[in-house]
Structure formats: structure tokens, C-alpha cells
Design a protein around this ligand. Sequence first.
Ligand SMILES: [Zn+2]
Length: 648
Amino acid sequence: MDAQALISQAFTEFTPPKRQLPSQWAVENFELPETSAEPGRWHSDRAPYQAGILDAACEAGVQKITLMCSAQIGKTIILLIIICYLIDLDPCSMLMTQPTTDMAEIFSKEKLSSAITHVKPVTAKIAQRSRDANSTILMKMFAGGFLRLAGANSPSSLASMSIRAYFGDEIDKYPRSAGKEGDPVKLAIQRTETFWNWLVFLVSTPSIKENSRIEEEFEVSDQRRYFVPCPHCGHKQHLIWSRFQYADKDTKNANPLSGVYYICESCNSPIEEKYKSQMLRQGQWVATAVAVDPKHIGFHINRFYSPWKGWVDLCLDYETSRDDPQKLQVFWNATLGLPFERVAGEKLDWQLYRDRGSGSGYQRGFVPNGGLILTAGVDVQADRLEVVIVAWGEGEQAYVIDYHKILGDPLSTQAWEQLAHVTGKVYQRVDGAELRIRATCVDSGYLTQEVYHNVRKYRYLHWFAIKGQSGDKPLVSRPSPQEINYKGDKIKRGINLYKVGVDLAKETLYSRSKIETPGAKYINFPNNLDTDWYEGFCGEVQVTKHRNGQPYMVWEKLAGVRNEPLDTFVYALAAAHLAGVTRMNWGKIESELEEQLMSEATSDKATSQINKTPNNFKPNGHLTGRSKAKTPCPLVRSRKGNVRRRRN
Ligand SMILES: [Zn+2]
């Protein structure tokens, strides 16, 4: 043996065994269950970007890892692999949090237990201990450590224990404060402070821009992005939404089904999705910023990299969500993996909508044929009630039907009786079908007890008491029972109070107003509403304000405008949600109205025929039934604009 060989041998013998990287360990040990997208042994070929994130856990000098990502890029697998890797090779005290305790239990039962069962070295380690009853759903014991699972909503479970590794999953869904204890993520991270070799792993799809924990964390990290080479020119770049294009982009109704390409930022050539897997294999993580703390690295990846969903499908998702702020936020968060930016709205031009109304071809008080259900919204003022009646049709297309100012003191019964008349009467559709209002929301922000009292009195007309709440709130929240009257006495049959997220509702109505072609979500106006109404409907604007340095959006009223038309529309939208507008079987309602028309027409014909030929009458099933008019109907204009008289 020569000197060189001796040195080499000595070197092999005396070098401590190099610790295996998590991705290598996973290739040898990590089995995915049958129910996963890629069952069997984990490998990095399909989603090669996963390996770089996994191995970061062992990167020299790295102690904090932030992963801001879209849905379905395999983040749960990444978390499970690192946890199992540590249990097997570097056991220690660990904590994982989910947004709530319930979700922590679900994670344990559905994800973690499956990993424990399928990954042999881990099965062996945890099984030894499970018999001694120390392991429970939220606490897994193993030689050399434990894994505690907790809900970020439960401050007690975050305090009082020392941990070396902390995993915070879906941190953007955590409450800002866990009870009175403060920020749950900070609380958990504090628990790692006694260890010199602590590790923190934060993962989430982001939420709202400037109010997203994961974004805050990513911003101060080294911001790694997955760079892939262009198959045409080799230029390495990370995939961004604005460079995706449809093949028929120059046509009026461009559609992803025509084909979706990525436009290379260097050579501008269209890149087809067939190159995706090759590009992913040749990709690499590149830091695009300098971290504030060099121990902190961050990753961002979006769903366009995912091997499990195609570009065309993702762009179709975008097309179905682009006009709806709630859905658009989901696309932004869950597909692009980016925080959603609410843009301060520009002022709506009321004249535009008045013009839309004057060309619409239906008059105030009548329901055009597309309208299938009716709802109403009521605003209470010191000397009057204001009410809007709105019809809703397929795809939540809306038709403003009528608007009334009912003058009178809401402390007396008269105004409410008139409201009961307006909301209880039959509304006639242009084809003669008859509709009744399914839900009426009455704002209880002013004269609260009076509203409660009357809602209870007229509940048979499907009146609901609501209260507007601003901020990031759902359109309609679960109701709370109100059972005390204004004398402070308990009432037997109290009412439910529904909270309405007015900011979201306004955003929804304004973004729907911008849709220009009739169809889903479009808003129609009748041709003789007052100018005041249009000014009021367009009477607010969304502006950005700051509190403690944090930006937030608020709606502000334009000077000199009465905004009741907008408020009442918001309440009618809430009423539509209470009536189930999002899960309505429109086809069924349409055929019920058809049946109603037919039976009425049949009974009319029967009456006239019975007088002539009482013995051989048979109902005619083929009557069009479109002719029954109970009130004289004005001229109607078809959508093309030509005036015709209703058939009679
Ligand atoms: Zn290129």
C-alpha cells in the first residue's frame, strides 16, 4: 500500500460519518400511502424542488426556514419527511402547531399516523412507546424525544415546554393572539430559545397582503425561488403569473383551452407545458435577496410548478374567479402562493349605470324573465325605511326590481306595515309568473330593539335582523340568538341576529358592477330608477388607511351623497345568501315557474271551455302559458332594444 492509499484509508477511517441529507433519507425510507398523489417510495423526480427545501433543514448555519407556497406543491409531505427524519436520525423535542386544536388532531390522525405506519424506522421507534400510553393523538413519544401537536388557538398548549424543533403549519390562519398570551408563533419560537441548535420551520399559503405572517417572514429571508432553464435559449428564470399567455390572446374572448404558454423573459419564445418536467429536473433554488438574519432562509413556489395540475386548468381557475374578489383571493393565495393585494377602488361612474338602466328593457316593479328568486334589503333611518327589491337568476345575475322610501317614524307601526306590504306582495314576472320575496334583511344598527320587535312580528314574511360589521369578515356569519326585549325581559321566541361582512359585500357588488356583459354575476337596472339612486349606489370608495403602521382598507362615503341605495343592496345580497343563492338549483326553480304558468293557463282555459263543452275537456299540456297578466303591463323592450307589446 503506497503512502497515498494509506492517507486515504486513514482519512476514511477517521472522518466522522457524514449525516445523511433528508432527501437521501427519504428516498431510502419514506413511503407515501395509497391515498396520496404519488403513492409508494418518495422520490424527487416528479417534484424535484422538494429536495432543496428538505435538505435546507441540514444546511450549515441554517436554523429558520420559511416556506411560502401555493396549495398542492407537496408541503405536507415536506413537513412529514423532516419530522420523520428527525425522529429517526436526530431525535429531539418537537412541537407542531396547526391553526386549531381540531385541525391538529385531524393532522395527527390523517397525515402523521399514516407516515408513522408507512415509514419503517419511525414505526419501530414510536411503536415501542405506544404501549406505555404516553403516546396519544396530540403527543407522540419516541426514544430521545417527543412530538407534541397543538392548536395555535390554545395558549396553554404553547406554553410551559422546552422544544428544539418547531413546525408551524398554515401560520396565516392563526389568530393574531392566542388568548391573552400574544402571537402564537412568537410564543412557540420562544420555547426553542434554550437550545443552541434550535430549528424553526414555518409553512403557509399566504392570505392578505400586508397582513400575512408568512409574507412577513419570507420578506426578511433570503427569498429563494426555483429557477428553471428555458428549453429554447437556456436562460434560467422563475415562473411568474404575468408571463403566462393564451394561444388566442389576441381574440376577443381569449380562452385557456386554446393553449397556455410561458413566455421566456429572455428570448420571448413561448414555452409549452410539455417541457415542464424537464425544466423542473434542471431547476435549482436561487436566493434573490440577502436575509436580515443569515440563519433564516425562505422559499417561495407556486402551483404552476406542480406536476399534479396542468397550466390550462390553473388558467381556467383564474378565468372563473377573476370577477369575484373572494375567488380571486383564493386563486392568488392557493395557486400563485402570493398574498392577495386589495386595491383601493376607483370611483364608480353612476352615469354609466344609469345608461345601463335606461337601455335595459324592463321597468321598475316588474321582474324580467331571467329573475328567479327575490330578496330585499332594508335600511332604517329616523324618519323612514328604505328598501330595495332585487331579483336573482342563474349564475347570481342580479336585477334591481324596485326601490322605495317609506316615510314615517320607525317607532310607530305604520312604516313597518307598509314595509310588510312591499315585502309580502306578489311580484309579477314579465312572462306572467308570480314571485314572492324569499328573504328580507333589515339592518338593526339603528333603533335595534324596534327592528328586533318588528322582525319577530313579521318573521312569517322571512324578515331577518342583521348587523353590519366591517373588516375582514365573511358575507354572512352564523347567527346569534337575541332573546331580550327593550324592557330587559326574556322573550320566549327570540330572533336570530346575522352579522353581515359589509366590506366584502361592497367589494363584491362593486366588482360585479364592472362586469360589462349580461350573464353570471352581472347587475341589471330597470329603466326608470331615479338619478339619486345611481348616485347613492356609486356613493362609496375603498381607500387605504394605516393603524399602528399596518395598512388596511376601509370604505368611505363620497361627500354629499346618500348611500342607502348601496347599503340596502348590501343587505339584499346578504338576504340572497341567507336564501341560499350560492347553491340554488336554478333549473328547478325555472321549471317550477313554468309549471305555475302552465297550471294557471290551464285553469283559465278550463274555465272558458267548461262553459262551452263541459263533457270533453282535456287539459292541454302544450300551452305556452306565457300570456297571463294580472296587472296591465307596460311596454317591454327586448335585450336587442326593439320595443314590443307583451303578448296577450
Ligand atoms: Zn428563452
